[in-house]
Design a protein around this ligand. Structure first.
Ligand code: SAM
Length: 275
């Protein structure tokens, strides 16, 4: 098994700098999470079937498919979420948005929260996991992503909404919200030209935010402001360096008390504001 792991890692080095980690994940996927323990006690001997499954997964990864799609699930904020082609893979960066969101509803009893552009539902589910008393909705437009959203939300108490969040009609159906969260598509036209191979496998509709990346920040605060309670908040993840543009757009839409949430390296990852 040690030799097998080394061989998988060696082949993966052609497509990733994290080849040891990725080899470990692929072996866990085929042999089970506890395979290292069984390995120590000598209770593991790969069958032909397992080896051929491993080879299949390895070939997919070598062809540029993201590891997360191959494994079929990924961890976010301590939650295991289903991921596959058609949905954005949750990024650790987005935990900054969750942290900001939780602070904004701290002290609000039974908060009503809408997560726009929900994808896997990672933000909505993370909030609900920390605030059982919250009523949470998760809105997503695209069919493949919406199907995965529904699977992830199943049994969570979060409600799925199949809607175009850029439509005023969708926003009018919601009122009295304490918090709106969004991690919208925010890459610029230029960013889209320079995507890593793995990111190109993710849906363009989850990534592209218009020529300057700001289309959703121009629209969402205006369209959804009316759905918030007075004193309610909007919190949005942003791309690197977008904080001053997004702050201006929030002010133009009538929001006040603009604040920022940084990540561990001090970069602003989320912007929030009060109605
Ligand atoms: C950047 S991804 C964020 C996904 C997830 N919230 C996360 O943080 O990983 C943006 C999501 O917005 C969805 N989306 C794009 N345009 C939309 C629209 N007009 N209405 C609703 N959802 C939309 C995409 O399908 C994608 O799932």
């Amino acid at each position: 098994m040690v030799r097998l792991r080394a061989e998988v890692s060696r082949r993966l080095a052609a497509v990733t700098e994290d080849s040891d980690f990725e080899a470990e994940v692929l072996l866990e996927t085929v042999f089970g999470r506890d395979y290292r323990i069984r390995e120590i006690s000598g209770k593991i001997k790969p069958t032909e079937e397992e080896l051929s499954r491993l080879e299949g997964l390895l070939k997919r990864r070598l062809s540029g498919e993201p590891l997360q799609y191959i494994v079929g699930e990924w961890e976010f904020y301590g939650l295991n979420l289903k991921v596959r082609k058609g949905v954005l893979i949750p990024r650790q960066d987005t935990e900054a948005l969750v942290e900001a969101a939780l602070s904004l509803i701290d002290g609000v009893k039974g908060p009503r929260v809408m997560d726009l552009c929900s994808g896997t539902g990672c933000v909505a589910l993370a909030i609900k996991s920390q605030r059982k008393d919250a009523e949470v909705w998760a809105a997503e437009l695209y069919p493949e992503a919406f199907e995965i959203l529904c699977e992830n939300l199943s049994g969570s108490g979060v409600s799925a909404v199949n809607a175009d969040v850029l439509s005023a009609e969708a926003a009018k159906k919601f009122s009295g919200l304490d918090l709106i969260t969004a991690n919208p598509p925010y890459l610029t036209e230029k960013d889209m030209e320079n995507l890593q191979r793995e990111v190109r496998a993710e849906p363009k509709t989850a990534l592209y935010g218009g020529i300057d990346g700001l289309d959703f920040y121009r629209a969402l605060p205006k369209i959804w402001r009316g759905s918030l309670k007075g004193g309610g908040h909007i919190a949005m993840e942003i791309g690197l360096g977008q904080e001053s543009d997004v702050s201006e757009l929030l002010k133009e839409a009538g929001f006040k008390s603009i604040g920022f949430k940084t990540d561990l390296t001090g970069r602003v990852r989320a912007v929030f504001a009060e109605k």
